[in-house]
Design a protein around this ligand. Structure first.
Ligand SMILES: NC(=O)c1ccc[n+]([C@@H]2O[C@H](COP(=O)([O-])OP(=O)(O)OC[C@H]3O[C@@H](n4cnc5c(N)ncnc54)[C@H](OP(=O)(O)O)[C@@H]3O)[C@@H](O)[C@H]2O)c1
Length: 262
């Protein structure tokens, strides 16, 4: 398979093709209610995550996810660095953290692997002192939008200034919600883990206000369903986003292979 085919859908010139990748329990939770657990999947899920990262130019996540101990958004080692090379990608993905009010901790583990560049996206109203502290640690800090980060403008900037053509968004729920509401998501990659976590306050894939009617939901189309052991790996294409939000230049299918052939 050629590098281009293995990487999957290519983007429009105006914004990257966006995948959201999340692991969730059988009852739809992505972490425990106390937020102490943030890894639900097996090593197969981790391999899947690294393989997806190795097909993209950039990784995006929210500040609360990036503040967690051990989160580094790394490439996954030599095997995946080789895969990136085969796909014609830069040795390391660009790492991007959305932190509207600059609450990303400048001492978070995500700043430690200095090899891969890290960009922080804030809003115009982020406290100046917090932004200044992040400037000391990040490769770049950029403001888009007044109170919330204007994700459409940020994605366009990433495409035009950093050549980001494929991007994987790795949550959490608040960032995913903003991405879906903006109409910026093209594919949802979901690992269904055989556990029930419970917990009313436990995060899900997408929190926020929700939609009032079923007709307003983001409509998905199943592209792939495979299982490895007890885990189910699902890929959905976003068929229609929340009404009125679709970015007109949204790119076209199909999907990259999730797992190597059995
Ligand atoms: N199972 C999985 O696959 C998976 C993956 C990722 C995360 N998680 C879990 O999800 C939880 C975190 O999710 P979360 O919803 O609490 O937090 P989150 O989405 O990771 O981060 C929220 C923060 O990101 C910033 N942000 C997000 N969208 C924004 C926007 N449109 N404009 C401006 N700022 C924005 C804000 O930062 P400021 O506070 O600076 O304004 C906000 O407080 C954790 O428990 C984590 O373990 C699970």
């Amino acid at each position: 398979m050629s590098g281009e085919a293995a990487r999957g859908p290519m983007p429009s010139p105006h914004r990257p093709f966006v995948l959201v990748n999340m692991a969730m329990s059988a009852d739809g939770k992505t972490a425990t209610a106390n937020r102490a657990v943030n890894t639900l999947g097996t090593p197969a899920d981790l391999q899947n995550l690294y393989r997806l990262r190795a097909s993209t130019d950039a990784i995006l996540c929210g500040a609360r996810t990036a503040n967690q101990p051990g989160v580094q958004l790394d490439s996954g080692g030599d095997e995946f660095l080789r895969l990136r090379r085969r796909h014609g990608l830069a040795p390391h993905p660009l790492r991007i953290v959305v932190s509207g009010q600059a609450r990303l901790n400048p001492d978070a583990d995500v700043f430690h692997p200095a090899r891969a560049p890290l960009i922080v996206l804030v809003s115009e109203t982020a406290p100046r002192s917090a932004v200044a502290a992040l400037r000391q640690r990040a490769s770049d800090v950029r403001a888009f939008g007044q109170d919330q980060v204007d994700l459409g403008a940020a994605l366009a900037w990433l495409a035009s200034h950093h050549g980001v053509r494929r991007l994987v968004c790795e949550g959490g729920a608040k960032l995913n919600d903003a991405m879906f509401r903006g109409g910026w998501v093209d594919e949802l990659h979901l690992t269904l883990c055989p556990k029930v976590l419970g917990g009313r306050e436990a995060p899900t894939i997408c929190d926020g206000l929700g939609v009032p009617r079923l007709a307003d939901a983001v409509q998905l189309e199943l592209q792939q369903a495979r299982h490895r052991g007890e885990e189910l790996f699902l890929v959905y294409r976003v068929r229609s986003p929340i009404a009125g939000t679709r970015s007109p230049e949204s790119p076209a299918p199909p999907s990259i292979p999730l797992l190597p052939p059995d």
